[in-house]
Design a binder for this molecule. Structure first.
Ligand SMILES: CC(C)(COP(=O)(O)OP(=O)(O)OC[C@H]1O[C@@H](n2cnc3c(N)ncnc32)[C@H](O)[C@@H]1OP(=O)(O)O)[C@@H](O)C(=O)NCCC(=O)NCCS
Length: 157
């Protein structure tokens, strides 16, 4: 199976925060943000694997700044690590200043997706070839994060 670089499957998704996405104070709902993060991450995982994917795990998610109705948010999703059938995706969320185009990081999350075959069973995916220093660092750390996740999962069962 031919491998790919993280940039080959990277996804950029832009959303305009509308009143229906917000609470009574006009701040973006956390659940709506989580939905967008999941979708952006899933699209990157689908692009890498060319398969249907399911979310196996979402690591903790910090909300650093309130996001207001009328603001533009940009999500950047990039694969950081792959196993045999699972993929770790890092999703960064930025608020975009409409006047200057400046991006401010507001959220970062790591999600794990598993590729499934036609019968809904985990199926092998192509290897990932990190290129930049950051991608190489992410890949090494991804292995550690995965071990920590699986240890947590075992402890919960
Ligand atoms: C995710 C799922 C397919 C894994 O099934 P499983 O029977 O545990 O399969 P396996 O044990 O073969 O694991 C498959 C891969 O998932 C990884 N995995 C499973 N659970 C994981 C977790 N909690 N965190 C990280 N990776 C996980 C395994 O390490 C393995 O990775 P690898 O092939 O790269 O080594 C299954 O648990 C599932 O369908 N869950 C529901 C998913 C879903 O509906 N999500 C959306 C609603 S929230």
């Amino acid at each position: 199976m031919e491998g790919k670089t993280p940039s080959e499957s990277m996804v950029e998704m832009t959303e305009l925060v509308l009143p229906n996405d917000a609470n009574a104070l006009g701040n973006l709902l956390g659940g709506r943000m989580m939905h967008w993060i999941d979708i952006a991450g899933a699209m990157a995982a689908m692009r890498h694997s060319h398969k249907a994917v399911v979310t196996a795990c979402v690591d903790s998610l910090d909300f650093r700044h309130p996001i207001r109705v009328g603001e533009l948010i940009m999500l950047k999703a990039k694969l950081t690590w792959v196993g045999k059938t699972s993929m770790e995706v890092k999703v960064k969320v930025f608020v975009e200043n409409i006047e200057t185009g400046e991006l401010t990081l507001t959220n970062k999350a790591y999600l794990t997706f598993v590729a499934l075959d036609e019968e809904g069973k985990p199926t092998p995916i192509p290897p990932l070839y990190p290129e930049t220093d950051e991608e190489k660092r992410d890949y090494e750390e991804g292995e550690e994060r995965r071990n920590a996740r699986l240890n947590k999962k075992r402890a919960r069962l």
